[in-house]
Design a protein around this ligand. Structure first.
Ligand code: ADP
Ligand code: MG
Length: 310
């Protein structure tokens, strides 16, 4: 049975004169300790999905659907219950750009303590902090340092350690290697490889190469929706959706350097997306019936949302 699932989730940003449908009917599920890669072009809703799962106030509003951890609905919890029992404890997140938003005026140790405060911080917790710092391959001397005294790679390890502090079941990491040089990227990925034995990781990235190093399952997002979901092996070796196929074609063969480049045109805007398949305008295989929204069609290890497989 799946231990983590997202069901028909819709998340929107409301402003006075428009509504951005940033996540528009997303479903997937993970078994115990399975990790997922969420891939797609910029602005397709990846961060919004992550922020909704951790119920961040900087995310959008969950308007419908459900998120379940061990059968328990996160969406229906009160804020107090979610804060006490879930955020950081069961589900944590390394926010996009987190390493550059460490508070410059406090030493690292203080920033860990802030997380623990919600849970009655006491002096025994220093051991927990030290163990966690060790988990990401840092020396405990960094705890007395200020953010500006650390390299980019060290800061990124610190924010990963923060997310791991209370040993959550699921850690969401949003573009955790984007600002790092190649060598540091590889080091951070090595940390994730070790972590994933005990923790489910939801790795958000526009980089298919990075995803392939960590993920068991892959979700390909396009314009607020998942167009294909399945095991890494299945999606990468036998991609079904024309968007997935285009993405994989655009990956250069040199390892580590993979950007989404070759697709012409732009995704539709998410204020008034088309009623049919959202990839219609860019799809080399578009047909008349693609003007209607394709259903979710079961394939070997997951599903795709494309009329070609009806
Ligand atoms: N705070 C916000 N207010 C309004 N719209 C937002 C906000 N954050 C993101 N969006 C919009 O939601 C959509 C999805 O954004 P995001 O989840 O950040 O995508 P990604 O992480 O895939 O780049 C985009 O159209 C983006 O402009
Ligand atoms: Mg993002």
């Amino acid at each position: 049975m799946a231990t983590f699932s997202v069901e028909e989730l819709k998340v929107q940003y409301h402003s006075r004169n428009s509504t951005v449908k940033a996540v528009d009917g997303v479903s997937f599920s993970l078994d115990d300790k399975e990790s997922i890669g969420v891939v797609g072009e910029s602005a397709c809703g990846k961060s919004t999905l992550g922020l909704a799962i951790i119920r961040s106030s900087s995310g959008g509003k969950i308007v419908s659907g459900d998120i379940l951890l061990d059968g328990k609905s996160i969406v229906n919890m009160t804020e107090v219950e979610f804060t006490k029992t879930m955020r950081w404890k069961e589900i944590s997140m390394v926010f996009q750009g987190a390493m550059s938003s460490l508070d410059p005026v406090f030493p690292i140790k203080q920033q860990f303590k802030e997380i623990l405060k919600t849970y009655d911080y006491n002096d025994n917790h220093i051991k927990t902090i030290e163990n966690t710092i060790d988990l990401v391959g840092l020396d405990s001397s960094v705890l007395d340092k200020f953010p500006h005294e650390l390299s980019g790679g060290m800061k990124q390890r610190v924010v990963i350690a923060m997310a791991l502090l209370l040993r959550p079941k699921l850690m969401i990491a949003d573009e955790p290697t984007t600002a790092l040089d190649m060598l540091t990227q590889a080091q951070v990925l090595d940390i994730f490889k070790k972590l994933k034995k005990n923790t489910s990781i939801m790795l958000i990235s526009h980089d298919l190469g990075i995803i392939s190093e960590i993920a068991d399952k892959v979700a390909i997002m396009y314009a607020g929706q998942i167009v294909e979901f399945g095991t890494l092996q299945e999606v990468y070796s036998n991609p079904k959706h024309p968007y997935t196929q285009a993405l994989l074609r655009s990956v250069p063969k040199i390892k580590g350097k993979s950007e989404i480049t070759s697709l012409k045109g732009n995704p539709p805007n998410l204020v008034s997306p088309p009623a049919g398949c959202r990839f219609y305008d860019r799809c080399p295989q578009a047909m008349e019936k693609c003007k209607k929204m394709p259903p979710m069609i079961k394939i070997k290890t997951g599903y795709t949302s494309c009329w070609l497989y009806e």
